[in-house]
Design a protein around this ligand. Structure first.
Ligand SMILES: Cc1cc2nc3c(=O)[nH]c(=O)nc-3n(C[C@H](O)[C@H](O)[C@H](O)COP(=O)(O)OP(=O)(O)OC[C@H]3O[C@@H](n4cnc5c(N)ncnc54)[C@H](O)[C@@H]3O)c2cc1C
Length: 302
């Protein structure tokens, strides 16, 4: 049985927006790696019309401009990883995307879909949050730039309206003494969502953490910023005393729960400390690298 009736491939953003407004029960589709599975498995309300976003030039942008990377929402993940500025200036994002699915999935899956699917531990979303990405959203009323978390309404629930399209992500490029890292723990047989993941961005000055952002998933209904832990770390040297205090605060502010298919809450609390120490250490060491070539191999999954 067909799971949709009409499939449109618009060439412009305006065309896509008017199709989504005009057609009842319509839905945007990019790589389809989340949406088609949900439709096939009956986990999504019926859809009559699919509006394919893959041919719209505005959503295929990969560009550095005024200290920021602009990553089009429909650029396939493999193309994002292959773009050197992501590796150089947004390393956590490059690492996170490299771990999503396998090569076949990454050939079609997109960052727009990763965020619009709204899972609290989506790898791309966690890295984007740590990097303080802004989201360019188009609607029939015009375009707006908004914080990443404004795209979320709850677990698996986007705050975006049906006729709103993510056009691109604006990611501030890391400057001198700044760096980022991403880590996750999966079940050995797992392919989709991490037991836990973490992205960290930091700025190092005079052997102290001058500024830091920590994103964790899945802690609560949407990607989580560990702001109290960040506050503990700001201005401190990276020594055992600081790490122990940060680990304690992270475990008190994060909200992990037991999920029958992945892990117990207890295990996730334990992992939070491990991921915090490892990710922080990696980001800290990277602040000393002058050239991205010195980064060495990232954890790219083949
Ligand atoms: C085998 C497999 C392994 C996977 N492994 C991982 C993993 O390790 N980590 C991980 O995080 N995810 C994983 N995923 C999930 C998935 O691949 C990602 O979430 C992917 O980034 C989704 O992008 P997509 O283009 O396929 O989205 P689609 O399935 O096309 O769309 C998903 C949702 O986003 C909406 N949407 C898409 N683009 C836009 C846009 N530009 N504006 C507004 N709404 C939009 C759609 O309407 C739909 O609701 C895996 C999936 C599979 C099948």
């Amino acid at each position: 049985m067909a799971i949709w009736t009409h499939y449109y491939i618009p060439q412009t953003l305006d065309e896509a927006l008017s199709l989504l407004c005009r057609e009842p029960q319509s839905k945007a589709i990019a790589g389809g790696t989340d949406l088609l599975l949900e439709l096939q498995q009956g986990r999504h309300p019926p859809v009559r019309t699919l509006v394919d976003l893959s041919q719209i030039a505005a959503l295929q942008r990969l560009e550095m401009s005024q200290g920021a990377l602009w990553i089009g929402a429909s650029v396939p993940l493999n193309r994002v990883i292959a773009w050197p500025p992501v590796r150089h200036f947004a390393t956590a994002l490059c690492e996170a995307i490299s771990l999503i699915g396998g090569p076949q999935v990454r050939n079609v899956a997109t960052l727009g879909g990763n965020v619009a699917h709204a899972l609290p531990a989506a790898d791309g979303a966690i890295a984007l949050l740590a990097l303080d990405a802004q989201v360019l959203v188009a609607s029939p009323e015009g375009q707006r730039l908004q914080p990443l978390l404004a795209c979320y309404a709850g677990p698996g629930k986007t705050a975006l309206q049906r006729a709103e399209i993510i056009v691109a992500f604006q990611v501030p490029a890391c400057e001198k003494e700044e760096a980022s890292a991403f880590r996750r723990v999966m079940r050995p047989q797992g392919v989709a969502i991490a037991i836990e993941n973490m992205g960290i961005w930091l700025r190092r000055k005079d052997e102290r953490i001058e500024d830091i952002r920590i994103a964790v998933g899945p802690s609560g209904p949407m990607p989580f910023r560990a702001r109290q832990t960040e506050q503990v770390l700001r201005g401190k040297p990276l020594d055992e005393e600081t790490l122990a205090e940060a680990e304690k605060v992270l475990k008190s502010e994060a909200r992990f729960r037991t999920s029958p298919h992945r892990a117990t809450a207890e295990y996730r609390y334990h992992l939070a400390g491990v991921l915090l120490r490892q990710t922080l250490q990696t980001a800290w060491e990277r602040t000393q690298l002058n050239f991205a070539e010195e980064l060495g191999p990232l954890s790219v999954k083949g």
